[in-house]
Design a protein around this ligand. Structure first.
Ligand SMILES: NC(=O)c1ccc[n+]([C@@H]2O[C@H](COP(=O)([O-])OP(=O)(O)OC[C@H]3O[C@@H](n4cnc5c(N)ncnc54)[C@H](OP(=O)(O)O)[C@@H]3O)[C@@H](O)[C@H]2O)c1
Length: 302
Protein backbone atom coordinates (compact mmCIF):
# COMPACT_ATOMS: atom_id res chain seq x y z
CA UNK A 1 0.00 0.00 0.00
CA UNK A 2 1.43 3.45 -0.92
CA UNK A 3 2.71 5.81 1.77
CA UNK A 4 1.09 9.19 2.28
CA UNK A 5 2.47 11.97 4.45
CA UNK A 6 0.35 14.49 6.35
CA UNK A 7 2.00 17.53 7.92
CA UNK A 8 0.22 18.12 11.22
CA UNK A 9 -1.72 14.82 11.56
CA UNK A 10 -1.93 15.47 15.32
CA UNK A 11 -3.39 18.93 14.64
CA UNK A 12 -6.91 19.95 13.65
CA UNK A 13 -7.56 19.51 9.90
CA UNK A 14 -4.61 17.14 9.48
CA UNK A 15 -6.13 14.74 12.01
CA UNK A 16 -9.33 14.44 9.94
CA UNK A 17 -7.34 13.92 6.73
CA UNK A 18 -5.24 11.26 8.49
CA UNK A 19 -8.35 9.42 9.75
CA UNK A 20 -9.75 9.23 6.23
CA UNK A 21 -6.50 7.99 4.74
CA UNK A 22 -6.16 5.31 7.43
CA UNK A 23 -9.76 4.23 6.79
CA UNK A 24 -8.78 3.72 3.15
CA UNK A 25 -5.92 1.48 4.28
CA UNK A 26 -3.16 3.93 3.27
CA UNK A 27 0.18 3.82 5.08
CA UNK A 28 0.77 7.09 6.86
CA UNK A 29 3.54 9.24 8.21
CA UNK A 30 3.19 12.64 9.81
CA UNK A 31 5.63 15.52 9.98
CA UNK A 32 5.11 17.67 13.04
CA UNK A 33 6.75 20.29 15.20
CA UNK A 34 5.88 18.14 18.24
CA UNK A 35 7.11 14.61 17.47
CA UNK A 36 7.26 13.84 21.21
CA UNK A 37 3.54 14.46 21.79
CA UNK A 38 1.30 11.41 22.42
CA UNK A 39 0.41 9.86 19.06
CA UNK A 40 -3.41 9.57 18.89
CA UNK A 41 -3.07 7.03 16.07
CA UNK A 42 -0.60 4.76 17.86
CA UNK A 43 1.51 2.56 15.57
CA UNK A 44 -0.74 3.34 12.60
CA UNK A 45 1.06 6.64 11.95
CA UNK A 46 4.84 6.98 11.77
CA UNK A 47 6.14 10.27 13.20
CA UNK A 48 8.98 12.52 12.06
CA UNK A 49 9.83 16.14 12.75
CA UNK A 50 9.50 18.96 10.23
CA UNK A 51 13.29 19.37 9.89
CA UNK A 52 12.83 22.61 7.97
CA UNK A 53 16.37 23.65 8.90
CA UNK A 54 17.78 20.32 7.56
CA UNK A 55 16.40 20.04 4.00
CA UNK A 56 18.28 16.78 3.29
CA UNK A 57 16.66 15.15 6.33
CA UNK A 58 13.26 16.51 5.29
CA UNK A 59 13.75 15.01 1.82
CA UNK A 60 14.53 11.62 3.39
CA UNK A 61 11.34 11.86 5.48
CA UNK A 62 9.43 12.22 2.20
CA UNK A 63 11.10 9.38 0.31
CA UNK A 64 8.54 6.89 -0.98
CA UNK A 65 5.67 9.33 -0.36
CA UNK A 66 2.85 9.09 -2.89
CA UNK A 67 0.70 12.03 -1.72
CA UNK A 68 1.74 14.79 0.65
CA UNK A 69 -1.10 16.60 2.47
CA UNK A 70 0.24 19.88 3.78
CA UNK A 71 -1.54 21.69 6.60
CA UNK A 72 1.55 23.53 7.93
CA UNK A 73 1.01 27.24 8.59
CA UNK A 74 0.88 29.70 11.47
CA UNK A 75 -2.11 31.77 12.59
CA UNK A 76 -0.08 34.77 13.74
CA UNK A 77 3.55 35.75 14.28
CA UNK A 78 4.64 34.61 17.74
CA UNK A 79 7.58 33.04 19.54
CA UNK A 80 10.15 33.85 16.86
CA UNK A 81 8.11 32.45 13.93
CA UNK A 82 6.63 35.04 11.61
CA UNK A 83 4.93 34.71 8.22
CA UNK A 84 8.21 35.19 6.32
CA UNK A 85 9.55 32.15 8.16
CA UNK A 86 6.36 30.18 7.53
CA UNK A 87 6.65 30.98 3.80
CA UNK A 88 10.30 29.98 3.71
CA UNK A 89 9.58 26.74 5.63
CA UNK A 90 6.78 25.98 3.18
CA UNK A 91 9.11 26.57 0.24
CA UNK A 92 11.64 24.19 1.82
CA UNK A 93 8.88 21.58 2.10
CA UNK A 94 7.84 22.03 -1.56
CA UNK A 95 11.44 21.66 -2.77
CA UNK A 96 11.99 18.58 -0.59
CA UNK A 97 8.77 17.04 -1.97
CA UNK A 98 9.94 17.66 -5.54
CA UNK A 99 13.37 16.14 -4.89
CA UNK A 100 11.88 13.14 -3.06
CA UNK A 101 9.62 12.37 -6.05
CA UNK A 102 6.28 12.96 -4.30
CA UNK A 103 3.50 12.20 -6.84
CA UNK A 104 0.92 14.70 -5.59
CA UNK A 105 1.05 17.73 -3.30
CA UNK A 106 -2.28 18.57 -1.65
CA UNK A 107 -2.04 21.94 0.03
CA UNK A 108 -4.50 23.53 2.43
CA UNK A 109 -4.53 27.28 1.75
CA UNK A 110 -7.17 29.98 2.39
CA UNK A 111 -9.91 31.68 0.35
CA UNK A 112 -8.88 34.82 -1.50
CA UNK A 113 -5.10 34.79 -1.01
CA UNK A 114 -3.25 37.58 -2.79
CA UNK A 115 0.39 38.51 -3.18
CA UNK A 116 -0.75 42.15 -3.01
CA UNK A 117 -2.61 41.69 0.25
CA UNK A 118 -1.60 43.97 3.13
CA UNK A 119 -2.35 41.00 5.42
CA UNK A 120 0.71 38.76 5.90
CA UNK A 121 -1.46 35.63 6.34
CA UNK A 122 -3.19 36.06 2.96
CA UNK A 123 -0.04 37.37 1.24
CA UNK A 124 2.08 34.50 2.54
CA UNK A 125 -0.52 31.95 1.45
CA UNK A 126 -0.42 33.40 -2.08
CA UNK A 127 3.38 33.24 -2.12
CA UNK A 128 3.29 29.57 -1.11
CA UNK A 129 0.63 28.84 -3.74
CA UNK A 130 2.88 30.39 -6.38
CA UNK A 131 5.83 28.28 -5.21
CA UNK A 132 3.73 25.12 -5.49
CA UNK A 133 2.42 26.12 -8.93
CA UNK A 134 5.95 26.71 -10.21
CA UNK A 135 7.46 23.60 -8.59
CA UNK A 136 6.69 21.11 -11.33
CA UNK A 137 4.75 18.98 -8.83
CA UNK A 138 1.23 17.83 -9.56
CA UNK A 139 -0.84 19.70 -6.98
CA UNK A 140 -4.26 20.41 -5.53
CA UNK A 141 -4.51 23.73 -3.74
CA UNK A 142 -7.57 23.75 -1.51
CA UNK A 143 -8.83 27.03 -0.16
CA UNK A 144 -11.11 26.75 2.88
CA UNK A 145 -12.70 29.54 4.89
CA UNK A 146 -13.26 29.23 8.63
CA UNK A 147 -13.36 25.53 9.46
CA UNK A 148 -15.85 24.22 12.06
CA UNK A 149 -15.76 20.97 13.97
CA UNK A 150 -15.05 19.59 17.41
CA UNK A 151 -11.50 20.97 17.73
CA UNK A 152 -12.17 24.36 16.13
CA UNK A 153 -10.81 27.49 17.77
CA UNK A 154 -12.59 30.59 16.38
CA UNK A 155 -16.24 29.53 16.52
CA UNK A 156 -15.72 27.51 19.70
CA UNK A 157 -14.13 30.43 21.50
CA UNK A 158 -16.85 32.90 20.46
CA UNK A 159 -19.32 30.42 22.01
CA UNK A 160 -17.09 30.11 25.10
CA UNK A 161 -17.07 33.90 25.54
CA UNK A 162 -20.85 34.06 25.06
CA UNK A 163 -21.35 31.38 27.72
CA UNK A 164 -19.23 33.19 30.30
CA UNK A 165 -19.31 36.93 29.79
CA UNK A 166 -22.19 39.42 30.18
CA UNK A 167 -21.10 41.38 27.08
CA UNK A 168 -19.87 40.45 23.61
CA UNK A 169 -18.22 43.13 21.44
CA UNK A 170 -18.70 42.91 17.66
CA UNK A 171 -15.99 44.80 15.76
CA UNK A 172 -17.67 47.42 13.58
CA UNK A 173 -20.97 46.83 11.77
CA UNK A 174 -20.85 43.02 11.91
CA UNK A 175 -22.29 42.85 8.38
CA UNK A 176 -19.13 41.31 6.88
CA UNK A 177 -19.65 37.71 5.88
CA UNK A 178 -18.10 34.30 6.31
CA UNK A 179 -18.87 30.92 4.80
CA UNK A 180 -17.75 28.22 7.26
CA UNK A 181 -16.91 24.72 6.08
CA UNK A 182 -17.21 21.50 8.12
CA UNK A 183 -13.86 19.87 8.89
CA UNK A 184 -15.06 16.43 7.69
CA UNK A 185 -16.16 17.95 4.37
CA UNK A 186 -12.80 19.66 3.98
CA UNK A 187 -10.93 16.44 4.74
CA UNK A 188 -13.05 14.56 2.19
CA UNK A 189 -12.33 17.22 -0.47
CA UNK A 190 -8.60 17.01 0.29
CA UNK A 191 -8.43 13.21 0.15
CA UNK A 192 -10.45 13.08 -3.06
CA UNK A 193 -8.13 15.71 -4.56
CA UNK A 194 -5.17 13.54 -3.59
CA UNK A 195 -6.45 10.85 -5.92
CA UNK A 196 -6.67 13.16 -8.96
CA UNK A 197 -3.69 13.16 -11.33
CA UNK A 198 -4.24 16.73 -12.57
CA UNK A 199 -3.34 20.02 -10.90
CA UNK A 200 -6.15 22.22 -9.66
CA UNK A 201 -7.02 25.07 -7.30
CA UNK A 202 -10.41 25.01 -5.63
CA UNK A 203 -12.35 26.71 -2.86
CA UNK A 204 -13.65 24.52 -0.03
CA UNK A 205 -16.55 26.38 1.56
CA UNK A 206 -19.77 25.38 3.23
CA UNK A 207 -23.36 25.85 2.05
CA UNK A 208 -24.24 28.73 4.41
CA UNK A 209 -23.05 32.34 4.43
CA UNK A 210 -23.44 34.17 7.73
CA UNK A 211 -22.75 37.78 8.50
CA UNK A 212 -20.55 38.02 11.59
CA UNK A 213 -23.32 39.46 13.74
CA UNK A 214 -25.68 36.70 12.55
CA UNK A 215 -23.06 34.11 13.47
CA UNK A 216 -22.60 35.58 16.95
CA UNK A 217 -26.38 35.67 17.52
CA UNK A 218 -26.72 32.09 16.25
CA UNK A 219 -24.00 30.97 18.67
CA UNK A 220 -25.63 32.91 21.53
CA UNK A 221 -28.94 31.17 20.84
CA UNK A 222 -27.23 27.78 20.55
CA UNK A 223 -25.54 28.02 23.94
CA UNK A 224 -28.40 29.88 25.67
CA UNK A 225 -26.29 33.00 26.22
CA UNK A 226 -27.89 36.14 27.62
CA UNK A 227 -24.80 38.26 26.88
CA UNK A 228 -25.49 41.76 25.62
CA UNK A 229 -24.20 41.94 22.05
CA UNK A 230 -22.73 45.35 21.28
CA UNK A 231 -21.14 47.00 18.25
CA UNK A 232 -17.86 48.69 19.07
CA UNK A 233 -14.98 50.14 17.01
CA UNK A 234 -12.55 47.37 15.94
CA UNK A 235 -9.82 48.80 18.21
CA UNK A 236 -12.12 48.50 21.24
CA UNK A 237 -13.00 44.89 20.35
CA UNK A 238 -9.29 44.11 20.02
CA UNK A 239 -8.59 45.69 23.40
CA UNK A 240 -11.34 43.58 24.98
CA UNK A 241 -9.91 40.46 23.27
CA UNK A 242 -6.47 41.36 24.61
CA UNK A 243 -7.73 41.66 28.19
CA UNK A 244 -9.53 38.30 28.02
CA UNK A 245 -6.47 36.86 26.24
CA UNK A 246 -4.28 37.86 29.19
CA UNK A 247 -6.71 36.09 31.53
CA UNK A 248 -6.66 32.83 29.53
CA UNK A 249 -2.99 33.07 28.45
CA UNK A 250 -3.79 33.15 24.74
CA UNK A 251 -3.98 35.41 21.70
CA UNK A 252 -7.74 35.43 21.08
CA UNK A 253 -7.88 37.71 18.05
CA UNK A 254 -5.38 39.74 16.07
CA UNK A 255 -5.80 43.07 14.27
CA UNK A 256 -5.03 41.34 10.97
CA UNK A 257 -7.72 38.72 11.63
CA UNK A 258 -10.27 41.48 12.20
CA UNK A 259 -9.14 43.16 8.96
CA UNK A 260 -9.44 39.86 7.07
CA UNK A 261 -12.94 39.29 8.45
CA UNK A 262 -14.08 42.83 7.69
CA UNK A 263 -12.69 42.63 4.15
CA UNK A 264 -15.04 39.71 3.37
CA UNK A 265 -12.12 37.42 2.54
CA UNK A 266 -13.77 34.38 4.13
CA UNK A 267 -16.45 33.88 1.47
CA UNK A 268 -16.18 32.28 -1.95
CA UNK A 269 -17.55 33.33 -5.34
CA UNK A 270 -17.82 29.65 -6.34
CA UNK A 271 -20.52 27.07 -5.57
CA UNK A 272 -19.98 25.39 -2.18
CA UNK A 273 -18.28 21.99 -2.09
CA UNK A 274 -18.93 21.45 1.62
CA UNK A 275 -22.32 19.94 2.45
CA UNK A 276 -22.83 20.24 6.19
CA UNK A 277 -24.50 23.50 7.26
CA UNK A 278 -23.07 25.16 10.36
CA UNK A 279 -26.58 25.58 11.77
CA UNK A 280 -27.12 21.80 11.66
CA UNK A 281 -23.76 21.04 13.25
CA UNK A 282 -24.41 23.58 16.01
CA UNK A 283 -27.82 22.06 16.74
CA UNK A 284 -26.17 18.64 17.03
CA UNK A 285 -23.33 19.94 19.22
CA UNK A 286 -25.05 22.62 21.31
CA UNK A 287 -23.88 21.14 24.61
CA UNK A 288 -20.21 20.95 23.63
CA UNK A 289 -19.56 24.06 21.53
CA UNK A 290 -17.79 26.59 23.74
CA UNK A 291 -17.92 24.28 26.77
CA UNK A 292 -14.17 24.66 27.15
CA UNK A 293 -11.68 27.20 25.84
CA UNK A 294 -9.38 26.19 22.91
CA UNK A 295 -5.98 27.85 23.19
CA UNK A 296 -3.82 28.50 20.13
CA UNK A 297 -0.82 29.22 22.34
CA UNK A 298 -1.23 25.97 24.31
CA UNK A 299 -1.51 23.99 21.06
CA UNK A 300 1.61 25.34 19.46
CA UNK A 301 3.90 26.98 21.97
CA UNK A 302 3.78 24.90 25.17
N1 LIG B 1 -8.61 26.13 11.19
C1 LIG B 1 -9.24 26.93 10.34
O1 LIG B 1 -10.35 27.44 10.63
C2 LIG B 1 -8.62 27.22 8.99
C3 LIG B 1 -9.32 28.03 8.10
C4 LIG B 1 -8.78 28.28 6.84
C5 LIG B 1 -7.57 27.74 6.49
N2 LIG B 1 -6.91 26.97 7.39
C6 LIG B 1 -5.61 26.42 6.97
O2 LIG B 1 -5.62 25.03 7.20
C7 LIG B 1 -4.32 24.59 7.56
C8 LIG B 1 -4.39 23.77 8.82
O3 LIG B 1 -5.02 24.52 9.84
P1 LIG B 1 -5.29 23.87 11.27
O4 LIG B 1 -6.22 24.77 11.97
O5 LIG B 1 -5.63 22.44 11.10
O6 LIG B 1 -3.85 24.04 11.91
P2 LIG B 1 -3.11 23.30 13.11
O7 LIG B 1 -3.58 21.93 13.31
O8 LIG B 1 -3.16 24.23 14.26
O9 LIG B 1 -1.61 23.28 12.55
C9 LIG B 1 -1.30 22.68 11.31
C10 LIG B 1 0.18 22.42 11.22
O10 LIG B 1 0.91 23.64 11.31
C11 LIG B 1 1.80 23.58 12.42
N3 LIG B 1 1.76 24.86 13.15
C12 LIG B 1 0.67 25.57 13.47
N4 LIG B 1 1.01 26.68 14.15
C13 LIG B 1 2.34 26.64 14.26
C14 LIG B 1 3.30 27.49 14.85
N5 LIG B 1 2.92 28.61 15.44
N6 LIG B 1 4.59 27.14 14.78
C15 LIG B 1 4.97 26.02 14.16
N7 LIG B 1 4.11 25.15 13.57
C16 LIG B 1 2.82 25.47 13.61
C17 LIG B 1 1.31 22.48 13.32
O11 LIG B 1 2.42 21.96 14.03
P3 LIG B 1 2.32 20.68 15.02
O12 LIG B 1 2.28 19.48 14.12
O13 LIG B 1 3.56 20.78 15.80
O14 LIG B 1 1.06 20.86 15.81
C18 LIG B 1 0.70 21.52 12.34
O15 LIG B 1 1.68 20.69 11.80
C19 LIG B 1 -3.46 25.84 7.67
O16 LIG B 1 -2.76 25.99 6.46
C20 LIG B 1 -4.46 26.95 7.83
O17 LIG B 1 -3.98 28.16 7.30
C21 LIG B 1 -7.39 26.70 8.63
Amino acid sequence: MPLDVVTGAFGYIGRYIARRLLAQGRRLKTLTGHPQRPNPFGDAVEVASFSFHRPGELERHLEGCDTLYNTYWIRFAHGGIDFERAVSNSRTLVRAARRAGVRKFVHISITNPSEDSPLPYFRGKAQVERCIGESGLSYSIIRPTVVFGAEDILINNIAWLLRRLPLFAIPGSGDYRLQPVFVEDLAAIAVEAGQQPHSETLDAVGPEIHCFEGLVRLLAKTVGSRALILHVPPQAALLAAKVVGLMVGDVILTADEVRGLMANLLVSAHPPRGRKPLTQWLAENADRVGASYSSEIARHYR
